[in-house]
Design a protein around this ligand. Structure first.
Ligand SMILES: O=P(O)(O)OC[C@H]1O[C@H](O[C@H]2O[C@H](CO)[C@@H](O)[C@H](O)[C@H]2O)[C@H](O)[C@@H](O)[C@@H]1O
Length: 386
């Protein structure tokens, strides 16, 4: 049964153009069991760790060819011209590789390394203003068992600080804004917490000429859901406490139920518990991340909408003069990749070591590569400026 939901319009003090952004109702998964299954990740035969639920084998090559930057079909035959050495060298397919590697090798042709194609990305951004969007978990910090200890190291912080000194930079995360700020600790950034439902501009005034000072003070399109979220948080804590390892995280406008430390035999019953609660609340919906179930208000506001909102608020609505770069690792980041695909603008970069169905044009394997990429951008900006 498709759940009938009320269409919720965020109350706005929005830029005029945002008023045209239609909210659409997200259909919830059909049927009890199918919805539960939809949220239970399974390890695949290639030995992936179960985070990557969208692993697809033998992806059709034409599926995600919405590249803003030129990606000639034959570039993979050439050795890399990137200044960055990578683990995999060039992208040529090895016909004798084992099936898992072959899947990766095919996938990487569609989503080539942002490091190996660094010059291409920079060339595409030439004459345009880069705006950086960075997810947090799995992108700036490694995935760890305890979400309260997902610290970002100082080297990464320096890299983000430097990038933010060159380009407007936003952290876009499922975490609460306060919590991610405690991890990142940089005042000069934009923060979009709770999957973009809690946006705040930099505490330190941005120095970019084009940006109106404090263009975004605070934007919280889901604020009226706050009492509901608090209520459901308590319920979830109460009802999941019998499942060892389960952890409920309050992300202010959304909630996370972590099952990374839960015995896989108990994943299904945990998902049933969560699902049963969500069924009682038609104004909430369930999505899935890396070993986490995410409970959010029904409004169609996500990381993609947050990206559009920030671009417009920053005065960067003009498609031709702006080059947004979005880096993220999780399912929720796909909403932002889709926006870039749709606008045929900028570059979406997925952080993943294994093939995943994605709307991102490029890939990076892990946070360490994200850091190299950020350093590269800073260096290339110095060359441009000087
Ligand atoms: O949008 P993000 O910044 O990627 O946030 C998505 C979720 O990230 C966090 O959970 C993930 O990272 C944890 C720490 O490494 C890990 O233990 C967990 O399994 C991952 O799903 C965060 O704790 C969640 O609330 C966010 O929804």
């Amino acid at each position: 049964m498709l759940q009938k939901t009320k269409e919720e319009e965020p109350k706005k003090q929005l830029p005029m153009s945002m008023e045209n952004h239609k909210m659409t109702v997200m259909p919830l998964p059909k049927g009890r069991n199918s919805s539960i299954q939809a949220f239970i990740p399974a390890c695949d035969s290639t030995g992936n760790d179960g985070d990557n639920n969208n692993i697809t084998k033998n992806l059709p090559f034409s599926k995600h060819l919405h590249f803003d930057v030129c990606k000639c079909n034959t570039t993979w035959l050439k050795p890399t011209t990137s200044p960055f050495p990578t683990q995999r060298g060039c992208n040529a397919v090895d016909p004798f590789a084992n099936p898992h590697d072959r899947n990766y090798d095919q996938w990487i042709i569609q989503h080539p390394s942002a490091l190996e194609n660094f010059k291409e990305i920079v060339a595409s951004s030439k004459g345009k203003s880069i705006v950086m969007f960075l997810d947090y978990d799995g992108t700036l910090s490694p995935i760890v068992d305890n979400p309260d200890r997902a610290f970002m190291d100082d080297e990464m912080r320096d890299a983000v600080r430097e990038v933010a000194s060159c380009f407007p930079t936003a952290i876009v995360t499922g975490r609460s804004r306060d919590k991610v700020y405690k991890f990142v600790k940089l005042e000069e950034l934009y923060y979009a917490g709770s999957h973009g439902m809690d946006i705040q501009g930099p505490k330190k005034g941005p120095k970019f000429a084009k940006i109106k000072e404090k263009a975004v003070v605070l934007f919280q399109p889901a604020s009226k859901f706050l009492p509901l979220i608090r209520e459901v948080y308590k319920l979830l804590v109460e009802r999941t406490k019998s499942t060892p390892g389960a952890k409920v995280e309050n992300n202010k406008f959304c909630l996370s139920v972590h099952f990374r430390c839960v015995d896989p035999q108990k994943w299904s019953s945990l998902a049933e518990q969560v699902n049963a609660i969500i069924k009682e609340y038609p104004n909430l919906r369930l999505t899935r991340g890396r070993k986490v179930l995410e409970i959010r208000p029904i409004i169609r506001w996500d990381k993609g909408k947050a990206l559009e909102f920030l671009l417009e608020s920053l005065g960067f609505a003009d498609l031709h003069s702006v080059f947004p770069i979005y880096i993220g690792d999780d399912q929720s980041d796909e909403d932002a990749f889709k926006v870039l695909q749709h606008r045929r603008q900028g570059a979406g970069i997925l952080v993943s070591k294994s093939p995943k169905e994605t709307g991102a044009s490029y890939s990076l394997r892990e946070p360490a590569e994200v850091m190299k990429f950020l350093h590269g951008l800073v260096e290339s900006n110095k060359v441009t400026v000087n």
